[in-house]
Design a protein around this ligand. Structure first.
Ligand code: TRP
Length: 333
């Protein structure tokens, strides 16, 4: 039996370098190893907790699907689907909700930080919180548990969600006997936090991201915006303290990286370093960007791939959902 790996991305913004390096790239690496059966999906109903505009949802959701495929996901070797096409997930989500203490949800970071901010500025605690957002971790647990997932590659910000899924497994299994597999998260160690344009963590909420498939000219402009210190050309620069270097090494070969390291130490100018960064990134991203643009231009083809993937997903999820329903006494057989 292959080990089940599963991860999803919610369509709430354009995919950026932080998503790619911290989550997508390491997740796709599992597909290279025969030991694993990976499932990758578009978490569109998670996106609905935030995105309430039809066109935006449609575009962002297609964008996530096209991103996975453009980066080399092979739907023959993985289960690749859109969450909303697999209703079993939502049925399980309700069942799991009945095993999720409300206090556990109160403590979820995403919800807690909104509440704290509301209180700080004198608003009512739950202002702007819909129930989808509040129960977000339960739907995520359903995503994970319905596939008997062993490994969940995610960014650091998602660790708590996987821990909540584990709590839910323990509660359910304790009541009904061994049913769900206990999932484990895996995070990319080296670049767990990728800095953005301003040096803070690259994140949609800081508005400091570099979109992964940005057109070359805009990409160059964004790279030029990366904040640097005022050390002049010729002055030695610390590669390990530089956003430019940490991005560079994600896209360069080992040899290029060690050469760049030396150039930092011997005083490359920031302008030159930025130009080199653009060059390696552009070479690396050119092909996937073309594929991405092609896929975005043929929504029907994309849809077909996703629907086939959903069928494949349901072959796997249906029997477990049946088993769960039998265990809780909903199915009388
Ligand atoms: N919450 C994840 C994020 O914001 C997306 C997600 C939804 C997910 N369901 C998942 C990730 C299941 C891993 C497994 O990035």
């Amino acid at each position: 039996m292959k080990k089940q790996v599963l991860t999803g991305i919610k369509p709430t913004g354009r995919v950026h370098l932080g998503n790619y390096i911290g989550a997508i790239k390491p997740a796709l690496e599992f597909a290279q190893n025969e030991e694993y059966m990976p499932a990758y999906f578009v978490a569109d109903y998670h996106g609905l907790t935030k995105i309430h505009d039809k066109e935006e949802m449609n575009l962002l959701s297609r964008g996530i699907a096209a991103t996975w495929l453009a980066l080399g996901l092979n739907p023959e070797k993985a289960i690749f689907y859109r969450q909303s096409d697999v209703p079993d997930i939502f049925e399980l989500s309700w069942i799991l909700a009945c095993f999720s203490p409300k206090g556990l949800m109160n403590r979820a970071h995403a919800y807690k930080s909104i509440v704290e901010e509301n209180i700080e500025i004198g608003r009512e605690a739950d202002t702007g919180v819909n129930m989808g957002l509040f129960t977000y971790p339960i739907l995520m647990a359903a995503d994970i548990l319905l596939f008997q997932t062993e490994i969940v590659p995610v960014g650091r910000d998602q660790i708590q969600h996987v821990e909540i899924a584990r709590d839910i497994v323990e509660s359910f299994n304790h009541t009904y006997g061994d049913t769900f597999t206990l999932p484990q998260y895996v995070i990319e160690k080296e670049t767990a936090v990728l800095p953005g344009l301003d040096g803070r963590k690259m994140s949609k909420s800081y508005n400091n991201t570099i979109p992964l498939f940005e057109e070359p000219k805009k990409l160059q402009k964004l790279i030029n915006k990366i904040k640097t210190d005022s050390s002049p050309p010729g002055a030695p620069k610390d590669p390990d303290a530089s956003v430019i270097y940490s991005l560079y090494k994600e896209f360069a070969t080992d040899i290029q990286t060690s050469e760049m390291r030396n150039r930092f130490l011997s005083g490359i100018s920031w302008g030159e370093a930025k130009k080199e960064l653009f060059d390696v990134m552009n070479v690396y991203l050119e092909e996937p960007r073309d594929r991405y643009n092609e896929l975005m231009a043929s929504p029907e083809k994309l849809n077909e791939v996703l629907l086939q993937g959903a069928e494949k997903a349901r072959k796997k999820t249906r029997p477990l959902l049946q088993e769960v329903k039998r265990k809780i006494g909903i199915l009388h057989s």
